[in-house]
Design a binder for this molecule. Sequence first.
Ligand code: AMP
Ligand code: DBH
Length: 540
Amino acid sequence: MTIEFTAWPEEFATAYRKKGYWTDRPMTDLIDHAPQENLAVLCGERQFTYADLCQKSQNLAGYLNHLGLKKGDTALVQLPNIAEFYVVFFALLRIGVVPVNALFSHNENELSAYAKQIKPSLVIASQQHRLFANDQYWLALQQQETSLKHILLVETGWGASLVEAMETSFQQWVEHPNAPDEVAFFQLSGGSTGTPKLIPRTHNDYFFSIRRSVEICRFSSSTVYLCALPCAHNFPMSSPGAFGVFHAGGAVVMASNPEANLCFDLIERHQANVVALVPPALALWLQVAVDRKSSLTSLSLVQVGGAKLSESIARQVPERLGCQLQQILGMAEGLVNYTRLDDDFETIVKTQGYPMCSMDEVKVIGSDGNPVAPGEEGELVTRGPYTIRGYYKAPEHNAKVFDREGFYHTGDLVSQDANGYLTVVGRDKDQINRGGEKIAAEEIENLLLKHEHILHSALVAMPDSIMGEKTCAFVVPRHDGSKLKSVQLRKFLRGFGIADYKVPDRFEFIDALPLTPVGKPNKVALRDVIRQRLQLNNVS
Ligand code: AMP
Ligand code: DBH
């Protein structure tokens, strides 16, 4: 059994192989071929060499094989930023079990939606998460998905012990990863629809994006990378991220979150030299660095991506942090753009770089679907050796965002200069980018509509000085619901078990939604309304 996905047409696959981009090697090579005695992951007081990662992931793979898990099965994984995340990932790959790695901020709404799509046989999680503190959610999930047989937990409160499974060596099992041109794992999409979409990534395409990223960012065995963003996110996983570090034989230091003082302590203690951040975290680092610059002497590169970085913040990086800035425009669907390490400072602060590979095809198109003139704004569309050709089991959505030639329509509005550098200027997708965390408006609107006193709702972005964007839900109450309050609605939404970052930052109650000529909620107008109201508040 293999996981279905939209494969690249044969002529493209052949070209990517011919160029040496697709090497037909499994991603487990990342650790299996690394210098085994080198330190790979530093996690609290614990240290893991590459030999440790290999051994533990083999042990776990043997254990899971013994349980009866096999090629074509899927797993739902939710772990915090701990070394076990990588052990689990490579263990699953060794036996061809395809994981979805949920973010630790995800809650039952998200986990259940992923489970519904992949029908997992296995859950691997941590009791540090409220959902797995006891077996209540697990039992409910098993009711929902009859495929679910096993749960492994980092801690040993209930369920089987992940740590024990990693320590015990099993005989008589053979490593059998999925073929390199088959799905290795699912990445998560920020999404713009009611249900979150899954992104099938093959060994070949993901491995290539990692190797190429390592070249561009010049990672080496001396790289000490601070993993401060959620480890399951595409950016700290592959751009070049922890996997890039593994490919280069360097070390990853786990931080539980990007909080500045915590991270500065870790940088100082482990002499970390690279970190990846989203813009709001960078802004806070710049403030804390005023008094703590001496902790950062080892740092040579700060990578920033996930949301638009303001030029004024970008300019402060070399002076305040004493290191170089790199901007990245990436997406879990594939395409990653980098400013290059030897680009001039103006390019680094003003653009989000250009594609990592010469076979990344990028077009900036106008509303008529034709490419715009250089420097003009349009939608970024792309295809290439590591950009997917379709989301998992989503034919209707795929028909909208992948065109007949296989280009992925990103919904990002960009301009491209004569040298190919991209600058993000806006968005044409129904999504809010809350400091790098993406929220699909439709998902929240649908939940709000379940409230008996709500007639219409529309979620839009409102400007925020730190997060870039926050969320504002416009709500039209039914007649009898004129006394609706924000607190009630927050509680109502939390009742669905949505991730905290998806709970609207603000509610505005109005009599009717402004409509576009075709009768859809006019979100441009709503964004203007909230912008004006915020300005008025600031003035008074
Ligand atoms: P996702 O599809 O959830 O992986 O999110 C990818 C999206 O994040 C992109 O399509 C952009 O909308 C946004 N994004 C990523 N990096 C940047 C950046 N440097 N500047 C602006 N937006 C970004
Ligand atoms: O936002 C993203 O999804 C992102 C940002 C930077 C990404 O996937 C990446 C780099 O690889």
